[in-house]
Write a protein that binds this ligand. Structure first.
Ligand SMILES: *[C@@H]1O[C@H](CO)[C@@H](O)[C@H](O)[C@H]1NC(C)=O
Ligand SMILES: *[C@@H]1O[C@H](CO)[C@@H](O)[C@H](O)[C@H]1NC(C)=O
Ligand SMILES: *[C@@H]1O[C@H](CO)[C@@H](O)[C@H](O)[C@H]1NC(C)=O
Length: 417
């Protein structure tokens, strides 16, 4: 049995879903070959207290008409060693697709909104936050222990030549935001981008911060410096984001999924007429507050968003920062679509750093069991502990939705595995 399976795996290099499946059964499956591509970003250099917020264009990425099955990433050093979050905090990484005009080159370091319009067309996800949060993939400190695989027979379709505008090619942009907290006077404060610790009073473009702005991305942009303990010495070092993409060649048996990202700061503006505006501010602050009447010290935020087109949820996960205690996406009737809970580390080593969110639990509903109706209004709830103030936290929710389900034979087969 075991050797039969090993031979099958080696020969066909296929992904095996369950080792308990009998060989005769497994050989009936027509499964496409899952490929794994591992890439390394351009180098960024960080010293104690410093910040890198880099935009890399036309990054290495699998090419062709394919379905993405998973995307993971981590920060490594020159030797390929994983770097723990208490040394280099990975605030976020984001991967966005775009169409670049053939022959055009994006100038290094330019922010997306500053690029030549005619050379650059963003490919955005299907979510409602259309000015921010257009990415296909993206996580933060939780990246090492968050399951991102797209279950069979679903996949995120990319590289379809039929939808690429003439004269353009599909490319990918990577934004990496990392903060070196070695020797920091207040490590959590640096990771929460507290403006006083960065001694910053203007944003990255030199514009004064709005009154009352005490922390968030406007205070921890590329090149600023967080306060470090006097006399602390640490070398500047070369770091990279290593990212792993699993994918299969596109085929008609793959069911495409759409990516939706919801934001708890979204203020859906109905007064803007039928074109409802979504203001997704991405970040918010949690004030220190403990109430004797409620169950103690916690902060709960919520937002609404209407899904014009519904479908079947096949995956869900939330994104929260330190202090987060869970997030849930509800349907209009109050049913739970997905609940995602942070996993905090307990030790020192990369992937298990105490005090940091090292993973988020994710949802894999049995296909067909969680359906969102066309026009349904969803509620997103994001909970944080408020035993202390937090600045620049996030409450995002990411779901993958299929328009239709695979034929029952494929489905029952999948669940049988
Ligand atoms: C903070 O910034 C101000 C003005 O930008 C500067 O004068 C001051 O020296 C800075 N303080 C520290 C501790 O770097
Ligand atoms: C909502 O949209 C309308 C029309 O675009 C605008 O005038 C108004 O300021 C918006 N409200 C908020 C709270 O942003
Ligand atoms: C968030 O807080 C609300 C309000 O107390 C509670 O009903 C809900 O169960 C909490 N959800 C999560 C995921 O923690």
């Amino acid at each position: 049995m075991a050797s039969c399976f090993q031979g099958w795996v080696v020969l066909l290099a296929m992904v095996v879903l369950a080792l308990s499946t009998p060989c005769s059964h497994a050989l009936r499956i027509v499964k496409t070959k899952t490929r794994t591509s591992v890439f390394v970003s351009p180098k960024f250099v960080l010293g104690p207290g410093s910040v890198a917020d880099k935009y890399y264009y036309d990054i290495d990425f699998p090419r062709g008409h394919i379905a993405i099955k998973s995307f993971t990433a981590e920060v490594i050093d020159e030797e390929g060693n994983p770097i723990p979050l208490h040394e280099t905090y990975l605030h976020h990484w984001v991967v966005e697709g775009y169409y670049g005009r053939v022959g055009s080159v994006e100038p290094e370091g330019t922010r997306a909104e500053e690029l030549q319009r005619s050379d650059f067309i963003f490919v955005r996800n299907s979510g409602v936050c259309q000015r921010t949060l257009g990415q296909y993939f993206g996580l933060g400190s939780e990246t090492r222990k968050t399951d991102t695989h797209v279950p069979d027979p679903f996949g995120i379709e990319v590289g379809n030549p039929a939808v690429t505008p003439a004269g353009y090619e599909e490319r990918w942009m990577l934004n990496v935001h990392a903060i070196d907290t070695r020797g920091a006077e207040n490590g959590l404060g640096c990771t929460e981008c507290r403006c006083d610790l960065y001694n910053v009073s203007t944003d990255s473009r030199g514009r004064p911060l709005r009154p009352g702005y005490v922390g968030g991305l406007f205070c921890c942009y590329d090149g600023v410096q967080c306060r470090v303990k006097q006399g602390f010495n640490g070398v500047r070092r070369n770091l990279y984001l290593r990212y792993t993409v699993k994918w299969v060649d596109w085929s008609g048996s793959i069911v495409p999924v759409k990516i939706y990202i919801f934001d708890v700061t979204d203020k859906m503006n109905h007064s803007a007429g039928h074109a409802i505006e979504h203001e997704c501010r991405v970040e918010y602050n949690v004030e220190e507050s403990c109430s004797a009447t409620s169950d103690g010290c916690f902060d709960s935020q919520s937002s609404l968003a209407t899904m014009t087109t519904g479908g079947y949820v096949v995956y869900g996960v939330a994104h929260q920062h330190t202090g987060g205690i869970g997030s849930t996406l509800y349907g209009e009737d109050g049913r739970v679509l997905c609940s995602s809970i942070p996993i905090y580390g307990k030790g020192k080593e990369a992937g298990d750093e105490a005090g940091y969110i090292v993973g988020m639990s994710s949802c894999y509903p049995r296909p067909g069991s969680i359906r969102i109706n066309d026009g349904e209004t969803l509620t997103l709830v994001s909970n944080y502990s408020s035993t202390q103030t937090h600045t620049g936290v996030m409450g995002l929710f990411y779901i993958l939705v299929a328009d239709y389900l695979p034929t029952s034979s494929v489905l029952s087969f999948d669940t049988a595995l």
